[in-house]
Design a protein. Structure first.
Lengths: 558, 252
């Protein structure tokens, strides 16, 4: 039993990661529905809890963001999927350091437990948002949940940092040392390239968050004031007498440290999805990736530039305007490699023979969200425009489309695509397509109107639009539409869950050995393949029936 | 196992060379009779002593890259804090950064740590002397371990001495009334030296582990790996300390 639970088998670990993400995503989705309910019907009493107070609303937002960003959008593409296919895709039967790799999972699980425990401590979950800006996050008296709840949040995040660095070390060592004979870097699948870059980013970014969280904990408990300025006034009380705190720190330090983590984190969550999009588009258009080296270069460039753009989150923080201009330029520069990838995908879509399977539909959905969310990126990257749009729903719309929806749709694509590896069966296509179309329409129904609300000036983080100030009440009907779309979006996921468990039962469609007629090594029946070809060799050779050449098969003469 | 075999097309054809135009290593002819290089299994090549060593080094270096970021972040935070201040009501820029005189014992500590890096390197090289390792591998004795052990013990002692020296430095500062929570500069002094001390403490644990491993591990390459990885970690900590000490001593 112990051996089965504390397994080092990467596929079993992938399943554990997916279950952990399922817990997080169900909780996070329920929280988001509560957020929507509160924004639409602020006075409604929710049975076990009662009316949602403004501080409860902030706790909902905080926990929704933390759960989704760390435990869903990072855990699945960056931890679960590599465990599922990374060793297989490089022709290895295991990770380079199986026990290190397994330890990362258990630390992640502990981190999730500690984070969820914050709901149940006195005063409940923290309320300072997933970004936890000081000074409010540094002061236990700043609000309910800012005492024990905030401590638990910080401990959970610290553990998560540790786990992700350990997992990334294991992935990097695996990619560099366990490739099958013949699998050169020029033959690596683009997913593996993505994990190579995102794992490097993880080591850099999460270390920065680790030290920032440690400094914040020191501010909270050891009487330092890295982030606490002098002359603080909280609820009308001067706080110069916080026990032992000398003051004189600056919250800006946290902003820089946090976003030095936070922006690379965006690429950590989306780069694996971009690699997967290339792979799946090649698979389901039956065409090779047209510019393999360009795609690799773009992936590397996005990773590199991604480390130098964090300042665009700080345009209105009082940062030097010259620095703002520089960060705006680097941010617009990152649109160049991103566009190179997008144009390559579009070329594949328009020149390929599309096989409209569910994984392909979700990849196209990813592409749609990546483009529609990405287009608002260069708008927000300009300090002058951001001065107006900062902290409005426009930003909420932007990152929910480009990071959350694109990320989630690529997760769905991956699950529909790799499901046979876990169960030996295929998921139901009809249900998958219904799931896709409802999700796509409902997701746009949720996030597209937010652009308009944001342009009209609707601020983030306000618990409700009605009250003493009436200026936003005319947006209430938009809010209502968003809420109904959100219900539809959540309901569509029930179809997915049904399909997920139903298709695993005996009697549903068996997958066979290579159900998608794919070329990459996770579908190889061989334990120790020798590689002789390119990763996406979907080319029909004259005189051959097949229109693809798997990487593990010896090259046939033309 | 048949005595002859057909060469795989990978071996005979040169499609697409690897990066830099060089053919991949795995396509090099195996030479002679092939012997233990049972390359159809695909296993031996990835689990040989050299490959295992490279795998462990890769992991340690990735971890150290993270550690480098760790200290780089501390150093940048130090400079950000040092250069920040506030504007008072009469529009004067006021900095509340009080320079902190590094205790002179840090110079001695630095020398001790550099010396320990040297002894560590000597120990590491003893474990990679071909003749000695060959003897160990054949089971004729433990010459490499016997030669490396004293140097490893000296490294442990020097590392302990360094940590004691750091402790004394903290005591000296505390006597001047400078604690972790006293002022922004002392925050950073204790944070920088403290986190580095924690790293060195873990390093001492690794050194003791490597010492035990040298005598206990059955496989020769695992003895080498234990010492080698500890050595790279220890060298990195020495290097990081040089930067941190420079920061504390010269950039107040």
């Amino acid at each position: 039993m112990t051996r089965r639970l504390f397994t080092t088998n990467p596929r079993a670990l992938a399943l554990l990661y997916l279950l952990l993400a399922l817990i997080a995503v169900v909780t996070g989705t329920l929280l988001s529905l509560l957020i929507r309910i509160h924004r639409t019907w602020p006075g409604l009493a929710i049975p076990p809890h009662g009316v949602i107070r403004p501080e409860d609303y902030l706790a909902l937002v905080t926990m929704h963001g933390t759960l989704m960003i760390f435990f869903v959008l990072t855990v699945v593409p960056q931890f679960a999927f590599p465990n599922l296919v990374l060793p297989a895709q490089i022709g290895s039967d295991r990770m380079a350091f199986p026990r290190l790799n397994a330890a990362a999972f258990w630390i992640t699980a502990a981190s999730l437990l500690i984070l969820l425990a914050a709901f149940f401590v006195p005063e409940g979950a923290p309320i300072s948002g997933w970004t936890s800006y000081p000074p409010l996050s540094a002061l236990a008296a700043a609000g309910p949940g800012q005492a024990t709840g905030m401590d638990l949040w910080l401990i959970a995040i610290t553990l998560f940092c540790l786990a992700s660095v350990l997992a990334s070390i294991s992935f990097l060592a695996t990619i560099f040392t366990r490739r099958a004979p013949g699998l050169t870097f020029a033959r690596l699948p683009l997913t593996v390239w993505s994990w190579l870059v995102s794992s490097s980013l993880t080591i850099i970014a999460f270390t920065a968050l680790f030290i920032a969280a440690a400094m914040l904990l020191a501010d909270r408990h050891l009487g330092t004031s890295f982030f606490l300025p002098s002359g603080l006034v909280l609820n009308g009380t001067a706080l110069n007498g916080i026990p032992r705190s000398p003051g004189g720190g600056t919250p800006m330090l946290w902003l820089h440290l946090f976003w030095f983590f936070g922006h690379p984190e965006v690429y950590i969550t989306i780069l694996p999805g971009m690699g997967l999009a290339s792979a799946l588009l090649a698979n389901f258009t039956r065409r090779p990736v047209p510019a393999y080296r360009l795609m690799v270069a773009a992936t590397l460039l996005i990773g590199f530039l991604g480390l130098g753009v964090w300042g665009h989150h700080l345009f209105v923080s009082g940062m030097n305007p010259y620095a703002g201009t520089a960060f705006g330029l680097t941010t617009i520069a990152i649109a160049v490699p991103s566009s190179a990838e997008v144009l390559t995908w579009l070329a594949m879509v328009f020149r390929g023979r599309l096989q409209t399977t569910t994984p392909l539909l979700f990849t196209l959905g990813f592409l749609s969200f990546f483009i529609s969310g990405g287009l608002t990126g260069p708008i927000l990257a300009q300090p002058a425009l951001d001065a107006y749009l900062h902290n409005t729903f426009f930003v909420v719309a932007h990152f929910h489309l480009v990071m959350a929806m694109a990320g989630v749709f690529s997760i769905f694509a991956g699950i529909y695509y790799w499901y046979p590896l876990l169960t030996g069966r295929l998921m139901n296509e009809a249900l998958g397509k219904i799931h896709f179309w409802i999700s796509l329409i409902a997701a746009y129904g949720v996030f597209f109107p937010m652009h308009l609300a944001g342009l009209a000036g609707e601020p983030r983080h306000y618990a409700q639009l009605t009250g003493p100030v009436e200026s936003f009440t005319r947006l209430l009907h938009v809010e209502r539409g968003i809420t109904w779309s959100a219900f539809l979006l959540a309901a569509a996921q029930l179809i997915f869950l049904f399909n997920l468990f139903r298709s695993a039962r005996p009697g549903s469609r068996p997958a066979g050995e290579n159900p998608w007629r794919a070329t990459t090594l996770e579908w190889s029946p061989l334990a120790h393949p020798i590689i002789s070809g390119d990763p996406y060799d979907y080319v029909r050779r004259p005189g051959h029936d097949e229109d693809f050449h798997p990487q593990w098969e010896p090259e046939k003469p033309f | 196992m048949p005595a002859t075999f057909t060469r795989h097309t990978v071996e005979t054809e040169r499609r697409e060379p690897g990066f830099g135009g060089k053919p991949p290593l795995d396509r090099r002819p195996t030479g002679g009779g092939g012997g233990d290089e049972n390359w159809d299994s695909g296993h031996s090549r990835r689990n040989g002593p050299r490959e295992t060593l490279i795998r462990y080094r890769m992991a340690v270096l990735s971890g150290l890259a993270g550690d480098f970021v760790f200290f780089a972040v501390l150093v940048s935070a130090f400079f950000v804090r040092q250069s920040s201040g506030h504007i008072d009501p009469s529009e004067n820029f006021v900095s509340d950064w009080h320079p902190l005189a590094a205790p002179p014992i840090l110079w001695i500590n630095t020398a001790i740590l550099l010396l320990s890096t040297l002894t560590m390197e000597i120990a590491r090289r003893h474990l990679f002397r071909e003749i000695d390792i060959m003897e160990e591998w054949l089971g004729l004795g433990r010459p490499a371990v016997r030669r490396a052990a004293p140097w490893l013990i000296v490294t442990i002692l020097l590392g302990g001495l360094f940590l004691t020296g750091q402790w004394i430095a903290w005591q000296q500062l505390a006597q001047q009334g400078l604690f972790f929570a006293t002022d922004p500069n002392s925050h950073f002094f204790y944070l920088v030296t403290g986190t580095h001390a924690v790293h060195l403490f873990l390093g001492l644990g690794a050194l003791v582990f490597a010492l035990v491993a040298m005598f206990r591990f059955k496989r020769v390459e695992m003895r080498q790996i234990a010492v080698d990885c500890t050595a790279w970690y220890w060298h990195a900590m020495g290097l990081f300390w040089l930067f941190l000490f420079g920061l504390i001593a010269f950039f107040q």
